[in-house]
Design a binder for this molecule. Structure first.
Ligand code: ATP
Length: 535
């Protein structure tokens, strides 16, 4: 992971946001190559799921097409949206503060081990690199008990790690917080809403308060009627949206995996309640296949069905597509995408305001008696089937993916170290990013073997012709072997070299990044050749 992070910075995939000012925790910028990679991933998603979608499916009946349309909604919406979605009341994490270090942690993310020395015991926590967690616990325990490393055998360490939220209140008084040198410095867990709050217009009071969207989904639900009235879609159909979401995560970490500003690629798929289980199964398979087709391998990628007690307040079934990111401990997976069967919760709630019994009043919206208002829009968000005349509130299947997590997973999967011959045929080690050609930032690079004899002119013509079709790179500096390696490192699938033979027979060499195979192609056929291979 360290090598990947350093490559990302060195070659311009990702930078820490506002780095020259020391950065802002949980925020990342995409550099010149990163922006191409992420855009290609979002474009592939948009194409495959929405614009270019042409699947024939029909649970319970003859195969037929279903429609997909898109939306692009605002980040700030009416505050009542978040009341009715449940985010205002329920979208929180529990956090604990350390009285000593003044640091804040997510309750369920502080992990530790019981360590005892004779009668005395302490729960030593770490927020560290998972590989070294054990060493870190021992180091901190030795320090706590005032022992030297050679006395480590006086300590007894529990076998496994436990997260803080599994401890009783009494046990928590023995916790050595991650950045403290004495025990019992953590507060009791407190709720912390993850939505960023801001103020709209000149009003600075609560009347102007609004929230940055924590998911793109709600924009789709509140536009359900508009989509129905302005297009000719019929249930079943889906609405897709790609856009920024914001969550004030307590402990952003693991590179871009958990950021405070990120992009989502979400679909709300509206279907008949009776057919919803089949559509749920359909979307789970379709989404998993999308990742494998773009290069995530089977053994690091998995589908995990949520347990009953893990389900969100609205969900009657959720499955996560997960990836074994290298920064996670062996055997652990991180969520790439959630596919949720949301029933009619959202449409019903935006219509009637029917909410989870755990709701608390929204301070922003009071009625004329000063009582909290918690009704929906009052608009009819049902659907009438014009063929059968049946009226119902559609059920929703929601495949919700993160563009940044997908980008990170594709980068992790692509990273390889192997050997390739240099100019003299000697094997040299290289780093190669085996990105699927569809998502690779550059589809090809063009080199003149040397900077003379008319080779740059031919190379620049090829570059110009390719550039009309896709992102390509031109390079005439340094030895050609070095230029190949620079392209391997950023995942360029094909390198095209103009050499002395090109001057005689108008052919060039094309080199394949992964197989290292080289073959000659007529200059006039280069565009078609590359196009055929990357599409
Ligand atoms: P987690 O449990 O990891 O916080 P979640 O279950 O809250 O994620 P969802 O609300 O299902 O996530 O959001 C859908 C997708 O949005 C996630 O699968 C993930 O890809 C992405 N996502 C959510 N939170 C973040 C974040 N803080 N940073 C980057 N991507 C995120």
């Amino acid at each position: 992971m360290e090598k990947l992070v350093s490559l990302c910075k060195r070659r311009g995939f990702m930078f820490q946001s506002s780095e020259i000012y020391g950065g802002l925790n949980g925020f990342w910028d995409y550099g010149p190559l990163g922006v191409e990679l992420k855009r290609n991933i979002k474009d592939a998603w948009w194409h495959d799921m929405c614009q270019g979608h042409n699947e024939l499916v029909q649970p319970q009946g003859a195969p037929s097409p279903y429609e997909m349309v898109g939306l692009d909604c605002t980040i700030l919406m009416h505050p009542q949206v978040w009341k009715c979605s449940g985010h205002y009341d329920l979208f929180h994490d529990f956090m604990v503060d350390c009285r000593l270090s003044k640091k804040r942690y997510r309750f369920d993310q502080v992990r530790g081990k019981w360590v005892s020395r004779g009668e005395q015991k302490v729960f030593v926590t770490v927020v560290a690199d998972p590989e070294n967690e054990n060493d870190e616990v021992t180091r901190r325990a030795l320090k706590f008990f005032n022992l030297r490393s050679k006395n480590a055998d006086e300590l007894t360490l529990a076998d496994s790690f436990q997260s803080l939220d599994k401890l009783t209140a009494e046990e928590r008084t023995f916790v050595l917080a991650p950045d403290a040198n004495e025990i019992n410095t953590l507060t009791d867990p407190r709720e912390f809403n993850l939505m960023f709050k801001t103020y709209v217009g000149a009003l600075s009071g609560e009347e102007g308060a609004a929230f940055l969207r924590p998911e793109t989904a709600q924009g789709i639900f509140v536009n359900f009627k508009n989509v129905l009235d302005s297009t000719r879609v019929r249930v079943p159909f889906g609405v897709a949206q790609v856009g920024k979401s914001f969550r004030n995560e307590i402990t952003p970490r693991n590179f871009t995996f958990r950021s405070r500003e990120f992009e989502q690629m979400e679909i709300e798929f509206f279907c008949h309640p009776e057919q919803s289980p089949e559509w749920y199964a359909y979307w789970r398979n379709r989404r998993l296949k999308w990742y494998t087709e773009l290069g995530l391998s089977g053994d690091r990628l998995r589908m995990r069905e949520h347990d009953q007690d893990e389900l969100s307040h609205y969900s009657c079934g959720t499955a996560d597509i997960e990836y074994a990111f290298p920064f996670l401990p062996e055997g652990e997976y991180g969520e790439l995408e959630g596919i949720a069967h949301r029933g009619d919760f959202d449409l019903r709630s935006h219509s009637e305001g029917k909410l989870d019994p755990r709701e608390r009043p929204l301070k922003l919206e009071l009625n004329e008696h000063g009582q909290p208002k918690h009704r929906g829009s009052g608009k009819d968000l049902s659907y009438r089937d014009d063929l059968t005349n049946e009226r119902y509130i559609p059920h929703v299947i929601e495949p919700s993916a993160g563009a940044d997590r997908a980008t990170l997973a594709f980068l992790c999967e692509a990273y390889h170290e192997d050997q390739a011959p240099d100019e003299d045929g000697k094997m040299q080690s290289r780093v190669v990013m085996k990105l699927h050609p569809r998502i690779a930032p550059y589809k090809a690079a063009v080199f003149p073997l040397v900077k003379k004899d008319g080779m740059p002119e031919i190379a620049k013509d090829i570059y110009g012709a390719l550039k009309k079709k896709f992102n390509v790179f031109y390079d005439e500096k340094a030895a050609v072997g070095r230029r190949y390696r620079r392209q391997d490192e950023v995942g360029t699938p094909y390198c095209i070299t103009v050499d002395s033979q090109s001057l005689q027979d108008q052919t060039v060499t094309i080199r394949d990044r992964d197989t290292l195979e080289q073959w000659r192609v007529k200059v006039d056929d280069v565009v078609a050749e590359i196009e055929g291979r990357v599409s």
